[in-house]
Design a protein. Structure first.
Length: 271
């Protein structure tokens, strides 16, 4: 029941925010304000429902600028390496400047998506599932669910969903497992998405969006560029995700944050 109540509460905020953002059709100011507002309300809703249903202070989402900063730096740097590898392979080219208005709209859109998805998939689903089947199984299961959720995007493909499951679902769950702090995966998720669309002007998980600061175009083999799904469908993104996931899981093991299978008393491992 606690799992259901938490999912419904945060999902309601996410759905309302998504409908509001869709309704304004990428209007710069409204998308920015509604996106940021959705992110803030989702955090407030998560804190409230966790207190009500678990009778504890949700320290995993307590204010932590350092954790958020680490996630932002990692996400930006990681996507920068991926897009550089794609460009060197002939799959990405900058035609010129894009749109500052588009970048601002994508900032709000990315904030809402990163916060709501991390609260739902890592803050709630991963945390509850981990306590019942262990860290590794929870990482695999929630990663697959995260990938499947992207099949509803405009230019989604089965390969794109699999790539998201591996490079994002696994990596973001591993980031939470290693730190027991949701601001790290939130920062990583936001920075990756915003760099992808808001800075480099490429597709974000197959969604239709305005151009970012740069007018970037993808070309060449889908395995390199990711095709219409965007750079997240590139083998470079998948490899980067696997490497970072591995690093986080090694860190989680060293810190004693790995929950073994069927260890029910460890359902909530937070700092």
């Amino acid at each position: 029941m606690r799992l259901l109540l938490q999912l419904v509460t945060v999902a309601a905020v996410a759905m309302a925010g998504s409908l509001a953002v869709s309704a304004v059709q990428w209007n710069t100011l409204l998308t920015l304000v509604l996106g940021l507002g959705t992110a803030v309300l989702a955090v407030v809703a998560y804190r409230w429902i966790v207190r009500k249903t678990e009778d504890r202070v949700p320290v995993e989402i307590a204010k932590n600028r350092a954790a958020l900063g680490r996630g932002l730096v990692l996400g930006t740097g990681l996507f920068g390496l991926v897009i550089a590898a794609i460009a060197l392979s002939g799959g990405y080219e900058v035609l010129g400047w894009g749109s500052l208005a588009g970048a601002l709209a994508l900032f709000g859109f990315s904030a809402a998506a990163a916060v709501t998805e991390e609260l739902l998939f890592r803050g709630i689903l991963f945390r509850f599932v981990e306590g019942r089947i262990g860290t590794w199984a929870a990482l695999t299961l929630t990663g697959l669910l995260f990938g499947l959720s992207h099949l509803f995007n405009a230019h989604a493909t089965l390969w794109g969903a699999i790539a998201i499951a591996v490079e994002a679902g696994g990596m973001l769950a591993a980031a939470y497992a290693a730190t027991r702090n949701l601001w790290v995966p939130i920062g990583l998720h936001f920075a990756w998405n915003f760099a992808e669309g808001g800075l480099f002007g490429t597709q974000v998980s197959g969604t239709d969006a305005p151009k970012g600061l740069l007018d970037g175009v993808m070309s060449g083999p889908t395995a390199i560029s990711g095709g219409e799904f965007g750079p997240e469908g590139s083998v470079y993104a998948v490899l980067a995700g696997i490497v970072v996931t591995t690093v986080f899981m090694v860190l989680a093991r060293r810190r004693g944050n790995i929950v073994p299978l069927r260890r029910r008393d460890a359902a909530t491992l937070v700092p």
